[in-house]
Design a protein around this ligand. Structure first.
Ligand SMILES: Cc1cc2nc3c(=O)[nH]c(=O)nc-3n(C[C@H](O)[C@H](O)[C@H](O)COP(=O)(O)O)c2cc1C
Length: 176
């Protein structure tokens, strides 16, 4: 196996991570992209980031509009994760395609996904090209969480070889 492939295989041994639906809007065009590349960058100020490949339609939309919403997903949204991760907003309306409902944001222009139980509204403060992704660093303007949402219901995702699998947080194993 080539060195590069060995490194990629090795990195896939990391524990799994959450998956999100990120919504954005430019000149009335709404779109959604499935994103695994998410990171919390700072506590004060509250900064998060999403990593997008420059080829994504969403990348251009966020670059222009400078805003996005990170929508947490649960088991009910598994199908939508696939639909929004395999179709491009260039040639489809993913709110329609994935049967998702846009809901007006509070501090930012892009819509939330009504079916998501927790939404993070972000305004871009920095854009970093790192390797083959562009990281849009967003200052968190508001976080809207449903009353009955339990963070343990947030969906996790793992690539194993060419297949993707969804997980839920497992049992607590101790207290530090
Ligand atoms: C599980 C999963 C995770 C993904 N994570 C990312 C990601 O972090 N960054 C990215 O640029 N694309 C990611 N993608 C691919 C995009 O979601 C996909 O290319 C999408 O169709 C792009 O839509 P757009 O052209 O409307 O922007 C992921 C896809 C899947 C299925």
């Amino acid at each position: 196996m080539k060195k590069n492939e060995l490194i990629r295989k090795g990195l896939r041994q990391l524990p799994t991570r959450p998956i999100f639906l990120v919504s954005m809007e430019l000149d009335g065009k709404k779109n959604i992209i499935t994103v695994g590349m998410f990171c919390i960058f700072s506590g004060t100020p509250s900064l998060v980031g999403i990593g997008l490949k420059p080829s994504r339609y969403s990348c251009g939309l966020i670059r222009e509009s400078r805003e996005y919403v990170v929508n947490v997903v649960t088991e009910k949204l598994m199908k939508a994760v696939r639909i929004c991760g395999t179709n491009s907003g260039r040639d489809s309306d993913k709110f329609n395609l994935a049967k998702l409902t846009p809901r007006k944001g509070t501090e930012v222009k892009p819509p939330h996904i009504a079916e998501s139980p927790a939404k993070i509204e972000c305004r871009v403060v920095d854009e970093l090209k790192i390797g083959d992704h562009i990281w849009f660093i967003g200052e968190v303007k508001a976080v809207i969480v449903d009353e009955n949402y339990d963070w343990k219901d947030g969906l996790l995702f793992k690539w194993v070889a060419q297949d993707g699998f969804y997980y839920r947080v497992g049992d607590q194993k101790g207290k530090y």
